[in-house]
Design a protein around this ligand. Structure first.
Ligand SMILES: Cc1cc2nc3c(=O)[nH]c(=O)nc-3n(C[C@H](O)[C@H](O)[C@H](O)COP(=O)(O)OP(=O)(O)OC[C@H]3O[C@@H](n4cnc5c(N)ncnc54)[C@H](O)[C@@H]3O)c2cc1C
Length: 411
């Protein structure tokens, strides 16, 4: 299944990453992780650092799925605002979830720092602006909710914004403690580090079938069978490749667009390199890179399959370029990389994580939504806690088979 089309920027920053063998013969492990994206990588690192024997299989190459089309924003604010999430699941759980996302960004900073390679990780603040004046009352409600629960957000009015940026917007929330990264370098380095801690990695090794039950699973790969006590399915936006078709009923599959420009002559107009996004849905978001490029994304369309023609892609890329120009008229950015990719959200805007109560020993990491990397890290902790018998307050909020009442509410 094609997950992306076009020219991806991130893999160009590490042309010869480590490669791993194909599984030949059979194997036996305590935990088998299926999928070598950010979800599988962080799970593999967390388990191997905790001394849990694990292996990871990837049907292609590691970091070749959605994680390489990721634009690398790490934010604790979600696609669904805290005030809306509170209406959906109750204020207490909504705050627990938002705090877990904030803690996850902190933890990702520690992970990035512990890696032997540079992964483009930089702490940044986020700037969430009102796309129109009509959105200001709800934005203000969101600010008050964040403020009430001690997230340390700031309210910027029109004058504050005009003093910091060359564009005018009616209002914005500025949140601190977020970050940006290079997702390809991050995933590849995390796997490299996990291998150093004992994770076994096999590329070009698909899971063709999962058989058995708790404590006695057999994964068929075509080349050989893998026996495992637990299986973690971290297969991204193609759950049906791992027999998890039920997830499709809880997911909304779209396609999204992203561009990366050539390095800009000057980003002096860009206040503290804030990561910008907006209240409109679908939203535009833009960030910068270490070497002065601009990354912009958005224009989601309700189709799962990416566009497969250069002309169709270019039409959207030029729209994203024009959006940058509207915000920063003096920048005149030049397009260098452009892609379209499948982008999946869950119907209730929460990830689907944890052990399947109907199939003990099978764990899911479906990090659907714009905060996938933040969720992946939460998932890794959750699975580690479940394996060592520690309770985790997030588990009931993100559990796989949650009620339809939750899943039915849209924002
Ligand atoms: C355009 C775009 C921009 C985004 N921007 C952001 C952002 O700024 N911040 C953010 O946090 N998130 C962002 N996301 C979301 C993020 O990319 C995803 O949440 C994340 O990459 C999902 O990671 P994953 O490991 O679950 O999936 P993947 O990276 O797709 O990894 C899953 C892997 O499983 C493998 N696999 C599948 N089936 C099998 C099988 N049967 N056997 C073996 N292997 C298998 C696949 O080959 C794949 O490599 C963005 C997504 C898109 C498309």
């Amino acid at each position: 299944m094609t997950l992306h089309y076009g020219s991806l920027y991130w893999p160009t920053t590490w042309p010869n990453p480590p490669r791993y063998p194909r599984l030949s013969g059979s194997g036996s492990f305590d935990v088998l992780i299926v999928g070598g994206g950010v979800s599988g990588a962080l799970c593999g690192l967390t388990l191997s650092r905790s001394g849990i024997e694990a292996a990871l299989i990837e049907r292609n190459a590691v970091a070749s799925g959605s994680s390489s089309s990721n634009t690398g924003l790490l934010q604790y604010s979600n696609d669904i605002m805290l005030c809306k999430l509170a209406e959906q699941i109750g204020e207490r759980d909504a705050v627990v979830f938002y705090k877990a996302c904030k803690a996850s960004v902190e933890h990702l900073a520690q992970v990035a720092q512990s890696l032997p390679r540079e992964v483009g990780f930089k702490r940044r603040s986020s700037f969430y602006f009102a796309s129109s004046k009509d959105d200001v009352p709800e934005l203000r409600r969101e600010f008050e909710m964040l403020d009430k629960h001690g997230f340390g957000a700031e309210w910027w009015d029109e004058a504050d914004i005009a003093a910091a940026f060359p564009f005018r917007k009616a209002a914005a929330i500025v949140t601190h403690g977020d970050a940006e990264m290079n997702p390809f370098r991050f995933v590849t380095s995390v796997i490299e580090e996990a291998v150093r801690h004992g994770l076994k990695v096999y590329e070009h090794t698909p899971m063709l079938a999962l058989e058995g039950e708790n404590g006695r699973f057999v994964v068929r790969t075509g080349e050989g069978d893998i026996r495992a006590k637990r299986v973690v399915l971290a297969v991204g936006y193609a759950p049906e490749t791992a027999g998890s078709d039920w997830v499709l009923g809880k997911a909304v599959m779209n396609r999204s667009y992203a561009i990366v420009t050539k390095p800009a002559a000057s980003l002096a107009d860009w206040h503290q390199r804030f990561m910008l996004w907006e209240t409109a849905r679908p939203y535009l978001y833009i960030r910068t890179t270490d070497d002065g490029r601009i990354v912009a994304g958005g224009l989601d369309e309700p189709l799962r399959r990416p566009v497969l023609s250069e002309a169709d892609l270019r039409q959207r890329s030029l729209r994203l370029l024009a959006e940058i120009g509207r915000l920063f008229p003096d920048l005149r950015p030049e397009l260098e990389y452009e892609w379209c990719a499948t982008f999946t959200e869950s119907a209730d805007h929460l990830p689907i994580l944890g052990e399947d109560p109907a199939r003990p020993g099978v764990h899911y990491i479906f990090v659907y939504g714009g905060n996938g990397s933040v969720y992946s890290n939460i998932a890794a902790q959750l699975i580690r806690d479940s394996l060592i018998g520690e309770p985790n307050p997030i588990a009931p909020i993100v559990r796989a088979h949650r009620t339809s009442r939750q899943a039915a509410v849209r924002h």
